[in-house]
Design a protein around this ligand. Structure first.
Ligand code: ATP
Length: 292
């Protein structure tokens, strides 16, 4: 059996860190949004072992690839002796703050659940996903979600009203681990600006896109240096975005638009200096089985 899964990228409409926990993890408060930018992950049943190939030569193909780890954890969690041949066709920029790796891992878990007929519950998917990475439980389900704790407490929110995202990923790479390190270092001695969590929840529940745009927030923006952030945002504002913000630990910056023609014109200008620029729409699913 061969399963093909569309693995959707995410952006953070809001990302805040409530505290650092004693176990070294951070307690998070995030609003995640799946978007229609996908890696395509193909998974085939093998009698044993894990084989992985990837269209992107810079990415590892051994257990350092989070999709490989997802397969290992799946077999352990379900106590199954089996194998998987995985191919990732990479479209989501990596080390970007768009959870590209987590989306691939989620896709592998969803595919193996189907191949091995394990029929995991949402609770089991979340438990297994968390063993692989903090963003994996969200990437399995997707949509518009409030994600809390270390990534395992998920609360679905209403879909966003019809809108467009212009997403721009500067060349610079940002390591998520390093961003958390910088956050810890900077907040030891100084206070940090937090986000308007209740304002964002109210705006989403009220389907008030304009206030969603004004309320976007990311705690990392004050600590993570992204050289192109200011010019990207000024182009987005020039084309009447409703708001713009960094996603995850960066460097990706996105803007929300209510008119497609403004989003398209903005993306056209951004592409002249940032090639990884996309116009996307919000979607209400994370890992979607395309064909089997
Ligand atoms: P997040 O928003 O969850 O922090 P990200 O977009 O910042 O994710 P990823 O694209 O998931 O980051 O990749 C981070 C690092 O993980 C990469 O630099 C890469 O070396 C490694 N990696 C391992 N497996 C994958 C994969 N399948 N896709 C992308 N990166 C991977």
């Amino acid at each position: 059996m061969i399963i093909t899964v569309k693995a959707a990228a995410k952006i953070n409409l809001m990302l805040d860190i409530l505290q650092k926990l004693n176990n070294g993890y951070h307690s998070l408060w995030m609003i995640m949004q799946s978007v229609d930018l996908y890696d395509v992950v193909t998974v085939e049943q093998l009698a044993k072992g894990i084989e992985l190939t990837c269209s992107e030569p810079e990415l590892p193909t051994d257990r350092k690839n989070i999709a490989y780890k997802a397969a290992e954890e799946f077999f352990k969690f379900c106590n199954i002796k089996g194998g998987a041949k995985i191919h990732i066709d990479k479209k989501i920029p990596f080390a970007a703050g768009m959870a590209g790796g987590s989306a691939d891992a989620a896709a592998v878990i969803v595919a193996l659940d189907k191949i091995y007929s394990t029929a995991l519950s949402v609770k089991q998917f979340t438990k297994l996903g968390l063993k692989v990475g903090a963003d994996v439980p969200f990437c399995i389900q997707g949509g518009t979600m409030l994600v809390q704790d270390i990534g395992g407490v998920l609360s679905p929110l209403p879909d966003l009203p019809d809108c467009y995202f212009v997403i721009s990923k500067p060349e610079q790479s940002v390591s998520t681990a390093q961003a958390y390190g910088t956050f810890d270092e900077c907040t030891k001695n100084s206070r940090c600006r937090h986000t308007d969590q209740s304002g964002m929840l109210r705006a989403i529940i009220d389907e008030d896109l304009s206030t969603v745009g004004k309320t976007l927030g990311n705690v990392f923006e004050q600590f993570v240096e992204v050289h192109e952030r200011v010019p990207i945002k000024s182009v987005m504002r020039k084309y009447a975005c409703l708001g713009c913000c960094m996603s995850g630990s960066g460097p990706t910056v996105f803007g929300i638009f209510d008119k497609k023609k403004n989003a398209d014109a903005c993306a056209k200008e951004l592409k002249t200096f940032i090639k990884d620029t996309f116009v996307c729409k919000p979607i209400n699913q994370g890992s979607e089985i395309k064909e089997s």
